[in-house]
Every structure is written in structure tokens, then in C-alpha cells.
Write a protein that binds this ligand. Structure first.
Ligand code: 2AM
Length: 190
């Protein structure tokens, strides 16, 4: 099955981001906007994983989660990958997020899964374009935006079913989750 590991923002954060990006969606209806109920913060994309590897991967992810504290985060700022992907950035304990992503990648490698070598770039994809699009005006509008603070308290192993979403996009289904080590942790922004 096609899998990735991600953090999932709470409903209030998703709702605020949905409301705040409504005007952008109206400005660029030709883009393929991602669906708020599917929004997540990917730590690593694994691609196709054989069924017999999933148990070992899950055990290793469980251990990795236990070694990291909950992470105070907020969505904010924006950017683009080339001319096709519009994303919102991540603020807060980004160093801790990178350390967690490193551990999750190590867990995948030890499960003998190939993990891409590209540097980790934390983001939430808001929209994709089928052809080259001028995303700069949207990036500029996103730049000053700062979302609600939230604390990531667990990581999730998520299955991606290509083409199974209501609009023909991928459908993401969490299949397992593990709490990050429980420690007291203040919010990133009051
Ligand atoms: P994206 O949002 O930038 O496309 C599920 O597809 C998640 O895994 C998405 O967050 C996606 O990032 C990420 N991902 C990373 N590499 C991917 C790849 N090669 N194919 C599909 N998704 C990938």
C-alpha cells in the first residue's frame, strides 16, 4: 500500500486556515485546491510499502514517537515549488519537527524502505496546477498570514489511495497513530 507519515492539525486550525484561504481559492479557481479534511504535515513519503513490512515499520514508528516531545507549531507564510505547487509554511519548533522527521526517516530506512534524500521542507500543500501557473500573487498574499498555534501530540501512518477522493484526487486514510512522548509543552504563540 502507498503510505506516508504525517502530523495532523486539529480541527480548529484546519477551519481557520480554510476560512483564511477562501479568498485565494476564489482568486485562482483554475488550480486544484487540496481538501481541508485531508490537510496534513508530511514527515516522510514512503510510496508503495509491502504488507509484510508494515508491522515492523509500525513498531519502529512507535519507538520514534516516544523519543520526541509534543511540538508547538503554527502554519504561517507561504511559498511555491516551481510553478505548480502552492504551499503554506510552518513556524514554531521547526528544529524539533526536523528532528522528528529525521527519526521517522531512520525508522523507515531500518525497515529497509527507500527514503528520498531530498532535504526536508515542512509545508502543507494548498493547491496544485496542471500547467505552469503564476503563483507569486498568491504567495505574496500568504506571506504575512499567521495561523493559530497548535501542539502536535501524535504522528500518524497514512494510506494514500490514488484517485479515490470525491474529486478524483488521492484519498488519505490514517491507519495507525502513536503519541509523542508526553511532556508539558507551552503553545508556540499565545
Ligand atoms: P506534497 O503535498 O508536497 O505533494 C501524500 O502524497 C503526501 O506525501 C503529500 O504531503 C506529499 O507532498 C508528500 N509527498 C512527498 N513526496 C511525494 C511523492 N514522491 N509522491 C507523492 N507524495 C509525496
Amino acid at each position: 500500500m502507498r503510505l506516508f507519515v504525517a502530523l495532523t492539525p486539529p480541527d480548529a486550525v484546519v477551519e481557520e486556515l480554510r476560512a483564511s484561504t477562501g479568498a485565494l481559492r476564489e482568486l485562482a479557481p483554475e488550480l486544484r485546491w487540496t481538501r481541508p479534511e485531508q490537510w496534513h504535515l508530511t514527515l516522510v513519503f514512503l510510496g508503495e510499502v509491502a504488507d509484510e513490512v508494515v508491522d515492523e515499520l509500525a513498531r519502529r514508528l512507535n519507538r520514534a514517537a516516544a523519543r520526541h516531545p509534543p511540538l508547538p507549531l503554527a502554519f504561517g507564510g507561504g511559498g511555491r515549488f516551481g510553478h505548480r505547487v502552492l504551499w503554506i509554511g510552518v513556524q514554531g519548533n521547526v528544529d524539533g519537527l526536523r528532528r522528528l522527521a529525521d527519526s521517522v526517516r531512520a525508522a523507515a530506512r531500518r525497515s529497509r524502505l527507500p527514503v528520498e534524500q531530498r532535504p526536508y521542507h515542512p509545508h502543507l500543500t494548498l493547491a496544485r496546477s496542471d500547467g505552469a501557473a503564476d503563483l507569486l500573487p498568491l504567495v505574496e498574499r500568504l506571506a504575512p498570514w499567521e495561523g493559530l498555534a497548535w501542539v502536535a501530540t501524535s504522528l500518524h501512518l497514512i494510506r494514500s489511495r490514488l484517485g479515490a477522493g470525491p474529486d478524483g484526487s488521492a484519498l488519505y486514510e490514517p491507519i495507525a497513530g502513536w503519541p509523542l512522548a508526553q511532556r508539558r509543552c507551552p503553545a508556540w504563540r499565545p
